[in-house]
Design a protein. Structure first.
Length: 84
């Protein structure tokens, strides 16, 4: 029986602050979707979230093996393990 190891998924996060943080995060997500399509990444998970009225995030989820080139190209502010 052959088992394949599940690859870790990492959530890359960009923080936006201020009165237009939510709109900026929403717009940033559009560019993340474009990048995924252009680079043909294995995962297509993106989103944005309003943490409070002055702090929003945009994020994308990448496979562990794709993280370094994506990180170097897009320079996220932080990252975490992604759990579904």
């Amino acid at each position: 029986m052959h088992r394949t190891k599940m690859e870790r998924k990492l959530k890359l996060i960009w923080d936006f602050r201020g009165p237009v943080a939510s709109k900026t995060a929403q717009h940033h997500e559009i560019h993340l979707k474009e990048y995924i399509s252009i680079e043909k990444l294995s995962l297509n998970i993106t989103g944005y979230q309003d943490l409070n009225e002055a702090h929003s995030i945009a994020y994308m989820v990448v496979a562990d093996s794709e993280m370094k080139p994506v990180r170097d190209a897009l320079k996220p502010h932080r990252g975490s393990l992604y759990e579904e």
